[in-house]
Design a protein around this ligand. Structure first.
Ligand SMILES: NC(=O)c1ccc[n+]([C@@H]2O[C@H](COP(=O)([O-])OP(=O)(O)OC[C@H]3O[C@@H](n4cnc5c(N)ncnc54)[C@H](O)[C@@H]3O)[C@@H](O)[C@H]2O)c1
Length: 256
């Protein structure tokens, strides 16, 4: 049920963090992978490691998910090389800080462009092939911050909260529309995980870490690889009757 042999998975934001780990996990389950992000060298390093460790095919495709021409060209490149896309993991994202009072409109737009428009554009170009082949698994990485606000005053992220909540709306809408083509669309909400996004910010903020660990029933952030199980589940045949759902992976943070 969880075997991905013969499947092709596209992962955005695959040059680091949760996306790179997911690409490794997909290949370990038998999928050939296409890694998309803006930094080609970093992508190539992850691809080489995947090929060496798993023997699966792995390609690096430069792509800025917020730019339509870039997304169109990247999807065309993947289809040229692999002929199909079975799984789309929309992981690319940025976590802009700031409240509505101090965010500029440029910063607001940039976050919405990457975190929301990026998923729209990737889906726009990937879904037609999935529809034709009557198979697709789309997993959108939202955040636990889609449903809870930041509690630490110095770390509020109003546009991040907004963009991740928008991802849930898009997930449900796409799920309802494309279910008849055997395409499932689900979203995941990570709690705190160490990555490029968080290591220099949240992980360095003693007050935040103390508060997170106190509020989180698991009393700790997520460890490397702990997103992979939920990602693999929603990307496999095991989730054939799970659609339009949002699962948080936060050690119970959001239930307290
Ligand atoms: N780490 C956490 O604690 C956490 C918590 C909740 C949600 N998330 C979400 O998980 C996802 C992955 O984040 P991460 O923690 O691994 O951080 P990360 O910074 O390591 O990864 C983000 C990736 O997105 C890529 N990216 C950014 N803008 C892009 C663009 N315009 N086009 C293409 N790629 C772009 C980056 O290059 C990077 O590879 C994000 O959507 C993030 O919001 C992370």
């Amino acid at each position: 049920m969880f075997d991905l042999t013969g499947k092709v998975a596209v992962i955005t934001g695959a040059s680091s963090g949760l996306g790179a780990d997911a690409a490794r996990a997909y290949a370990e389950q038998g999928a050939d992978v296409a890694l998309l992000a803006r930094r080609k060298e970093k992508l190539e390093a992850v691809c080489n490691e995947i090929k060496e460790k798993t023997g699966r095919k792995a390609i690096a495709v430069q792509c800025d998910v917020s730019k339509e021409e870039s997304v169109k060209a990247a999807v065309e490149e993947v289809l040229k090389q692999y002929g199909k896309i079975d799984i789309l993991l929309n992981d690319a994202g940025v976590a802009q800080g700031g409240s509505v009072e101090n965010l500029t409109t440029e910063l607001w737009d940039r976050s919405m462009d990457i975190n929301v428009k990026g998923i729209f554009l990737m889906s726009k170009y990937v879904i037609p092939g999935m529809k034709e082949r009557k198979y697709g698994r789309i997993v959108n990485i939202a955040s636990v911050n889609a449903i809870i606000a930041d509690k630490e005053d110095t770390l509020v992220r109003h546009v991040y909260n907004t963009s991740k909540a928008a991802v849930l709306g898009l997930t449900k809408a796409m799920a309802a529309t494309y279910a008849r083509y055997n395409i499932t669309v689900n979203a995941l909400g990570p709690g705190l995980f160490e990555s490029e996004m968080t290591e220099g910010t949240l992980f360095k903020h003693e007050g935040f870490m103390k508060m997170y660990n106190a509020l989180c029933p698991a009393s700790r952030p997520g460890a490397r690889g702990e997103m992979n199980g939920p990602i693999l589940f929603l990307s496999s045949d095991a989730c054939s009757y799970v659609n339009g759902q949002f699962f948080v992976v936060d050690g119970g943070l959001s239930i307290t």
